[in-house]
Design a protein around this ligand. Structure first.
Ligand code: SF4
Ligand code: SF4
Length: 377
């Protein structure tokens, strides 16, 4: 790492006063104090909260750690990069500590030292071999793509291989609304999982391929059902001169959909990359409110509780990921919702897995599934 960047990070770290207010969603004396940092809440030690992680980063940068212990690696990687600490801290301190970005850089430093987790190295290997994060060897086939369409749907690995009902629903919505769409000739993983786990170099080839394919396609708008892919294209890819939209932004702009409300009482779970990272809070609620009745949960929008699966946590620490999802399901139930609805394949997968394990009957959907079901087609 260049000295200038190292000094910037150390200065940012020194601005943390270790107040730990980033770990609670409300600290007003009359309000209920609810936890906000899933990793700190699950593991309980200071090293699993943002200020502890920053102290570890300082030690790494100052060369005080020469061999990583298992505990140190766990502290670095058992963070979902949900950004809740960042949102909270910026309401408290005048200096913006961009914590998830710092934690990603910390992981990149670990990778340079050869200290990456085996499970994350295996994902990189799978991507190298198959160009998708799950190592699947078959292709998800879109039903009726039009090679000349202005709209390109970037499906993403999780909707292609783990929750295809989301990709199916989005494609059916395009068809029912008469919107011509195309998909990429060869869609490669966007690189998010590699970038989030510090494997920056391995992501470059994927990004170059996707940029080339999108430019060559001539599409004017790229639609994403995955906020992780969208955030990666927004923040890590160079400007390609095309419009990048989440499915809920795309549907809000279209307006005038002939949908029938289903009378289902739902809670809306803000995906971290969509809400805190991209500031998209209103469009998902606008679309969802046309097809279901939304019940309010205690922690929403900037203060949303993370589903637990991001930042490489689902693959490395599944028990923690499922615990975090179970906490969210409890909150939805307390709000009086019969279903928990998100707008992210990664959230859906983890929340659904937790709901099935719990067996208490809370349904889990993505917004596009409910829209597709309600559309007169
Ligand atoms: S990151 Fe911010 S809120 Fe958290 S302990 Fe440091 S100064 Fe306090
Ligand atoms: S990004 Fe999320 S999990 Fe990580 S330290 Fe911050 S609040 Fe905790």
């Amino acid at each position: 790492m260049e000295q200038e960047r190292k000094d910037e990070i150390l200065s940012a770290i020194h601005h943390c006063v270790k107040c730990k207010l980033c770990s609670i969603s409300s600290f007003h004396p009359n309000a209920e104090w609810l936890p906000l940092c899933p990793s700190g809440q699950f593991y309980g030690y200071q090293a699993f909260y943002a200020p502890g992680r920053m102290e570890i980063f300082r030690e790494i940068l100052d060369g005080e750690i020469t061999e990583p212990s298992e505990g140190l690696l766990k502290s670095v990687y058992a963070c979902t990069l949900c950004g809740a600490c960042y949102e909270r801290c910026k309401q408290i301190t005048s200096v913006e500590l961009r914590l998830p970005e710092l934690f990603e850089e910390m992981r990149a430093e670990l990778v340079k030292k050869g200290w990456a987790l085996d499970v994350h190295k295996n994902i990189a290997e799978k991507i190298k071999e198959t160009r998708n994060a799950y190592g699947e060897k078959y292709e998800y086939k879109a039903k009726s793509p039009d090679g000349n369409a202005d709209v390109l749907y970037y499906i993403g690995c999780t909707a292609r291989y783990r929750v295809p009902e989301i990709a199916d629903a989005m494609l059916q919505i395009f068809d029912k609304l008469g919107i011509k769409y195309r998909v990429m000739n060869e869609e490669w993983c966007c690189g998010s999982v590699l970038l989030r786990t510090g494997q920056v170099e391995a992501a470059k080839e994927l990004m170059e391929h996707n940029i080339e394919e999108i430019k060559r396609s001539g599409a004017k708008t790229v639609v994403f059902t995955c906020p992780g892919c969208l955030m990666t294209f927004e923040k890590n890819y160079p400007d390609m001169g095309v419009e990048l939209l989440h499915s809920t932004q795309f549907l809000t702009r279209l307006g005038g959909m002939k949908v029938k409300k289903q009378g289902l009482e739902v809670a809306y779970h803000d995906p971290c990359h969509l809400g805190r990272d991209l500031g998209i809070y209103d469009e998902p609620r606008a679309v969802l409110s046309t097809v279901a009745d939304i019940k309010k949960m205690k922690r929403e929008r900037e203060e949303a509780w993370c589903c637990g699966s991001g930042g490489g946590v689902k693959s490395a620490y599944d028990e923690f990921a499922l615990w975090s999802a179970t906490e969210r399901l409890k909150e939805a139930k307390e709000a009086g919702a019969k279903a928990l609805v998100s707008a992210c394949p990664f959230c859906k997968r983890n929340l659904k897995e937790a709901a099935d394990k719990e067996g208490k009957g809370t349904e889990v959907y993505d917004i596009v599934e409910l829209v597709n079901r309600s559309l007169e087609g």
